[in-house]
Design a protein around this ligand. Structure first.
Ligand SMILES: Cc1ncc(COP(=O)(O)O)c(C=O)c1O
Length: 376
């Protein structure tokens, strides 16, 4: 048995990534938006493996990769990816030299960052490629509309000085998960006006982008010249009350490693927060909150074993959880924590139970949960 196969067999829990689903989802985004797709692979590809997802997404037609940090972008270059890579969490203290040397397209939201990028590019004898970020109503990153004209003029000066090229302007949608044009109309008009200001300042940005997954799938107007999609690449439906034919890529499994029969009234786990009502069989599953299973699932989470659903009982521990099973469950049986077959718990089900969003569930799995890549 190969070392990789042996490690996967020994792992207490495994994330299996369905690359056919990722390819299908990228093609769905391309068809729905009619625009080039930037596949967002930050946070280790939303927990699916950044390099592996990147390879599949590009093979399926994506043309850009998007990440948050310089380290993530440079890691893609180290993995052999020569395509455009956009990184948006950039500040004057980022490793700009490494980013510029590796040809990473950098987001820029203020004149301080622009100055640092221009200075580093000059020192390196290179031209830094930049996309200016405008805040169109999220109040997170980006220049405010008031600061935007000044940023555009400073960028024009840096461009004329030969250290920077402004290749794009961009923003992010706060409300795209809400269907209906009203949820994106304002940011869209602010970005369009911002792009006009950039042009009037003498810039010629080839790319204008704002759409995330929900924008790409539910708001065609937001596609502009390119869409940046994360959740949808991984098969997560993010538009309230709508589905767009995406296929979940992640399956999380473990196995039954201990079984015990307990008497009525037995308290299970820390604080005995659950007591069995009658004589019961309990199965130990070696995965816990330290691996990314939210403790909130202690009250109402479930797993599927051999096609049947069983409840999680007692408080989930850091490394293990207990399930109330029946006599049909055997030592070594596969336990499905997240799956895509009918009846299996989904990422969205976990997120609802835990009071969070699927993105947090996907990125919450720890390194003890092995990654296994299934390619058609
Ligand atoms: C700046 C930016 N663009 C695009 C995305 C992708 O968003 P989504 O996962 O909703 O497609 C993210 C994700 O969080 C983001 O931060």
């Amino acid at each position: 048995m190969s070392p990789v196969a042996l490690a996967a067999r020994r792992a207490l829990a495994t994330r299996s990534v369905d690359h056919a689903a990722i390819a299908h989802n990228v093609r769905t985004l391309l068809a729905a938006s009619g625009r080039p797709v930037m596949a967002v692979v930050k946070a280790n590809g939303f927990g699916h493996g950044a390099r592996e997802v990147a390879a599949t997404a590009l093979a399926a037609g994506a043309t850009w990769l998007g990440v948050a940090t310089v380290d993530e972008a440079v890691d893609l270059r180290a993995g052999g990816f020569a395509c455009p890579v956009f990184a948006w969490l950039i500040d004057p203290w980022s490793d700009l030299e490494s980013a510029i040397t590796h040809g990473i397209t950098l987001s820029c939201s203020n004149v301080e960052t622009l100055g640092a990028i221009a200075q580093t590019a000059r020192r390196s004898g290179l031209v830094a490629r930049v996309h200016l970020e405008l805040d169109t109503g999220m109040a997170r990153g980006g220049a405010t509309p008031a600061a935007w004209p000044g940023l555009c003029l400073a960028a024009r000066d840096a461009e004329q000085a030969g250290s920077v090229t402004v290749d794009g302007v961009w923003s992010h949608l706060a409300l795209a998960s809400v269907p209906g044009a009203h949820s994106v109309a304002h940011p869209l008009s602010v970005l369009r006006a911002g792009a006009a200001v950039a042009t009037a300042a003498g810039l010629s940005p080839a790319h204008v982008h704002i759409a995330n997954s929900a924008g790409a799938l539910a708001h065609p107007d937001t596609a502009l010249t390119m869409v940046r999609a994360g959740a949808a690449v991984y098969g997560i439906e993010t538009v309230d009350g709508e589905t767009h034919g995406l296929r979940p890529a992640l399956r999380v499994t473990s196995r039954v490693t201990q079984l015990r029969d307990v008497a009525a009234g037995t308290g299970v786990g820390y604080h005995h927060s659950y007591r069995v009502a009658a004589t019961s069989r309990l199965a130990l599953v070696p995965i816990g909150y330290g691996d990314g299973v939210p403790r909130a699932l202690s009250r109402s989470g479930r797993v599927v074993i051999d096609g049947r659903s069983f409840p999680i009982r007692g408080a989930i521990s850091m490394d293990q959880l207990m399930v109330e099973v029946d006599a049909g469950v055997r030592l070594g049986d596969e336990v499905v924590l997240i799956g895509a077959n009918p009846g299996e718990p989904t990422v969205t089900e976990w997120a609802t139970l835990a009071g969070t969003i699927p993105h947090e569930v996907l990125t919450g799995f720890g390194s003890r949960v092995a990654l296994d890549h299934l390619r058609a």
